[in-house]
Every structure is written in structure tokens, then in C-alpha cells.
Design a protein around this ligand. Sequence first.
Ligand code: AMP
Ligand code: ZN
Length: 132
Amino acid sequence: MKSAEKIKWAAKEALIRLKYMTVSSCIFCKIANGKQKVKHIIKSGSVIAFDDINPVAKVHILIVPKKHIESVSTLESKNAHDLIEMFKTAAKIAESKKLEAFRLTFNGGKFQHVPHLHMHLLAGSKIDWSKL
Ligand code: AMP
Ligand code: ZN
């Protein structure tokens, strides 16, 4: 990436981080509770799935536990069921959309903007990893 692009991306990332880190309540909890509307929501057991508002691939779906779990770093054994549900939902979506190939990604640390565990399901075109 060229340095001008790097600066532009870093500024965008800082803005996104500020937006999500300063909201008093979690955006994904609001979506799970129906307080925030999103496109194409799927509810499956203990998880929800919906289109990412800022897609980096043709298919970019977020799979989120209804329960607030902060991140991969704070996972506990008692969250095992939610994790399995997340993977099963990803598999169901991939099957229903007839995806020949797909990737499942968890961001963590500085790469994670929304502090509520979520899996990215990506498919259908070249992924721009620099924006994920
Ligand atoms: P991460 O950087 O792994 O924390 O990813 C957070 C993702 O949540 C980003 O790809 C955002 O585009 C997405 N996102 C944030 N708010 C919403 C929203 N209201 N609806 C859909 N996607 C969202
Ligand atoms: Zn939350």
C-alpha cells in the first residue's frame, strides 16, 4: 500500500474505532435486541447473522452471538455452545447461498473495532484484507 493510502486508511480506522468505542451501549447487542435495524437478519438459536454495513467482499456477513462476549481474548469454556452455533450458522448460510468457497475470520486486538465477538463470513470476490 502507498503511504498516502496508508494514512487515509489509518485515519478511517481511527474514526471507526472512536465511533464504536465511545457508544455507551454495544451496537451488536442493540442489533440482537432488535433496537437497531439491519439488512437481511437471520436468527438461529443463540446467534444472529446480518450483512456487514461496509462489505469488503461480494458476500460479507457477520455472525454474532446474541449474548455479549467481548472478544476471542475473553472467551471462556462456557461460551463453547455459542461458538459451535456460530460455525453451524456459517455452514448453513454457505449452503443456502451455494457458496463454492468462503472464509471465516475473527478479528482481535487492534484489528477488532466492535467490542462484541463476531465472525466475518466472506465470499464471492477478491477480499480486501487491508480493510477488514
Ligand atoms: P471488526 O473490525 O472485526 O470489529 O468488524 C466490525 C464490523 O462491523 C465492520 O466490518 C463494520 O463494517 C461492521 N458494522 C459495524 N456496525 C454495523 C452495523 N450497524 N450493521 C452492520 N455492520 C456493522
Ligand atoms: Zn454486545
